[in-house]
Design a binder for this molecule. Structure first.
Ligand SMILES: [Zn+2]
Length: 316
């Protein structure tokens, strides 16, 4: 099956052309300054057309378009339900209908984290597994669950995909979602500069030299022995590990796939999370596999075929 795929994030949109488990071509559009979805859609249309023309293909050669959108999405009604501020107008736009009319292909919309998990199950780390949780550690924390080969959706399309907002500290830091102490409020890309700012002794740490510290700098400075960096890194590892145990207890997976930009430090993160989960998760049947995602930035695009086929047999 050939398909078009769109990974619609907050600062960029990547359009791809896939054939089964192979990414034939892709192109990324910078959408950082775009305020409305209406301003971005013509560029998406042109990029999709360009990907087809570049391979001498027409809509008749393509099964459809699968869109992974960074928002609450109900794939059953094919609509975006709620965003975290970016593209407020998307709730009023029938994205699938617009793409059908302007690119000439049927379109399906799914939450981007769910589509990334489908990509890992179809072509990546979780190939052949049916019960999988994926945690994406990046600007935020994505969590998504598949049970018995089916993505969880739930009554309001929120089931399984708010893993980053599982409470880690009941009286913790304010989160972007309105709650307090969520995993991503305590250990994510957006909250890290705030955590460093408030950490006792941070002024004496090399971290204070960074205007906007990220996990790359945190892990590097911790490896160099900066005491504050070590303490914050270890706390983040424990927040992620405790969240992973929570996800295991909630969803009974056989595998946890860890992805996201922070996984440049996978050599530290995966062994830590694995030993923590093996020590603390209540799994008398055996041990949950903990492994790094394999598809990197292409996971969402590689979820296109399973999203369009709507059939988990596509993952076999
Ligand atoms: Zn939250």
């Amino acid at each position: 099956m050939k398909a078009l795929a769109i990974d619609f994030g907050g600062t960029h949109a990547t359009c791809g052309l896939v054939e089964d488990r192979v990414l034939l071509a892709h192109e990324t559009i910078d959408t950082n300054s775009a305020k409305s979805i209406g301003a971005v859609l013509p560029r998406i249309r042109d990029t999709c057309r360009g990907l087809m023309h570049g391979r001498g293909l027409s809509p008749g050669d393509i099964a459809g378009i699968a869109i992974g959108f960074a928002a609450l999405v109900d794939s059953r009604v094919n609509r975006v339900l709620s965003t975290d501020g970016k593209y407020e107008d998307v709730k009023d736009v029938d994205l699938a209908k617009w793409l059908h009319e302007n690119v000439g292909l049927p379109a399906r919309i799914e939450n981007d984290a769910r589509m990334a998990l489908l990509g890992e199950c179809y072509a990546g780390a979780a190939r052949g597994f049916t019960d999988v949780v994926m945690m994406t550690l990046g600007t935020g924390i994505g969590g998504v669950a598949m049970i018995e080969g089916k993505l969880l959706h739930g009554k309001h399309a929120q089931a399984g995909c708010l893993g980053g907002h599982i409470p880690a500290v009941f009286n913790g830091r304010p989160c972007a979602c309105g709650a307090v102490g969520c995993a991503e409020a305590e250990a994510s890309g957006w909250s890290l500069p705030l955590i460093v700012r408030d950490w006792p002794g941070a002024r004496d740490s090399v971290l204070s030299r960074y205007s906007n510290v990220g996990f790359k700098e945190l892990f590097e400075e911790a490896a160099s022995g900066d005491k504050v960096a070590v303490a914050i890194r270890d706390r983040c590892l424990n927040i992620w590990a405790a969240t992973a145990v929570g996800l295991v207890h909630a969803y009974d997976p056989e595998m946890i796939v860890i992805g996201g930009g922070v996984m440049k430090s996978a050599d530290v993160i995966v062994p830590y999370l694995e030993s923590y989960v093996h020590k603390f998760a209540w799994t008398p049947w055996g041990k949950v596999q903990v492994c790094a995602a394999k598809m990197g930035n292409n996971a969402v695009l590689m979820g296109a075929v399973p999203v369009l086929s709507q059939d988990i047999s596509a993952t076999e």
